[in-house]
Design a binder for this molecule. Structure first.
Ligand code: UD1
Length: 374
């Protein structure tokens, strides 16, 4: 019988990071794979469409955790995943990114003495006001296999005293998904459906609590975005958290007056990739989109004070703008005035990170005596 490797997903940014890893492990053939979906994200547009677009199998276990406070959400995931772990006794668990489901699963594994591997390990914003920073640090402290997407991740982990035998610089699995699916994304009718021309529009996403939970910050961001919206149309797929806050703060009329801004529902993976890959400019507070635009050589303005993904700035197309409208305006003008800059694609963002991860797992399980030594 083969050992079982259990993959955990919970929220939207997990799906594209785990799908290629699961596939690579399955292809390598040394282990059985299973998928747990915690249900942190549950809307069709935030979850189901990603399974279809990424060709992911249906989850073997759906935990139906849903929304709640951080404590509630984390605790519910811990309670429910523990049951799966006790029943299935996996040889290894794989978590990804920095959402509450990631940390909850890592805590359970540590208590049950089940080895856990963290995909996208070592990233640090050094901003403890971000719930994701707490999740990243706790997850990395508890996992036995730390899979970093960029060398800065290795540096962060080593500085925190992590034994170097745990750290594996493998590259970026989100870029594995991007490179695999880009041709299909480009073949969709997304641009035509929205009446857009390639490089003739910008894309905006906002969902960070620090941006959308504070009406003053949200309004400041709109001040900055207004200039861009006068220069070219902006497509704004609205995250459910952001939609709720727009309504709470009564920002509807303000947005309606911004004629170039097109609010749309959250998009699927392929539709969104079609949109970002052909955009003139992307404005975002997402972590993953900073990486995707770097891989796509599309200029990106990050509407945050810090980033846990510094290679997107030092090597890629990303510029950190914060939330000051004057800075957003200045950087948008600059980006629109210059030819699209190429930026370098960071080391090992080559579409093969998941293959390298499967090999790390094989060696780990061999060393542990779970698999016969090669
Ligand atoms: C979570 C992650 C964040 C990630 C983001 C991507 C944490 C701490 N945060 O934030 O790192 O960047 O996902 O989207 O894990 N909601 C729905 N339908 C859904 C999911 C959520 O309507 O399918 C609404 C609910 O009102 C919920 C709110 O969105 O309360 C926030 O959802 P939650 O999972 O708490 O965090 P996100 O803001 O999505």
């Amino acid at each position: 019988m083969k050992p079982l490797i259990l993959h955990v997903v919970g929220a939207r940014p997990n799906f594209m990071k785990i799908a290629p890893v699961m596939r690579a492990v399955e292809r390598a053939g040394f282990a059985d794979v299973a998928l747990v979906h915690t249900g942190q994200h549950y809307d069709a547009a935030m979850s189901d469409v990603f399974f279809t677009d990424l060709g992911m199998p249906r989850p073997d276990h759906f935990l139906g955790v849903g929304s709640g406070s951080h404590a509630e959400q984390t605790a519910k995931v811990m309670i429910e995943i523990e049951k799966v772990l006790l029943e299935k006794k996996p040889a290894l668990v794989v978590v990804a990114g920095d959402v509450n489901s990631t940390m909850a699963a890592a805590i359970d594994c540590a208590k049950l003495r089940i080895p856990c591997a963290h995909v996208e390990s070592g990233l640090r914003s050094h901003d403890w006001a971000m719930p994701e920073e707490v999740n990243r640090v706790v997850t990395d402290r508890l996992c036995e296999i730390l899979l970093t997407p960029s060398r800065d991740g290795d540096g962060n982990l080593l500085r925190e005293g992590t034994p170097k035998e745990r750290i594996f610089f493998v590259g970026n699995t989100m870029i594995d998904s991007l490179l695999q699916h880009l041709p299909r994304a480009r073949a969709t009718s997304t641009l035509a459906d929205l009446g857009l021309a390639s490089r003739g529009y910008a894309v905006l996403t906002l969902h960070r609590p620090s941006n959308v939970d504070d009406p003053a910050v949200f309004a400041r961001l709109l001040d900055g975005i207004e200039t861009v919206e006068r220069a070219l149309p902006i497509v704004f797929p609205v995250h459910p958290r952001t939609r709720k806050q727009l309504e709470t703060f009564g920002l509807g009329p303000r947005l309606a007056a911004m004629k170039g801004l097109r609010l749309v529902d959250p998009l699927g993976y392929l539709e969104f990739l079609a949109l970002t890959s052909q955009a003139r400019l992307v404005l975002t507070d997402s972590g993953g989109i900073q990486e995707e635009t770097t891989a796509l050589s599309v200029p990106c303005l990050t509407l945050r004070e810090n980033t846990e993904r510094p290679v997107t700035i030092t090597e890629g197309t990303n510029v950190l703008c914060g939330t000051d409208p004057a800075v957003i305006r200045r950087e948008a003008d600059r980006a629109l005035a210059t030819e699209i800059r190429d930026g370098r694609v960071p080391e090992l963002w080559d579409g093969r990170a998941s293959e390298r991860i499967a090999e790390v797992f094989r060696v780990f399980l061999s060393d542990r005596g779970v698999l016969p030594r090669a």
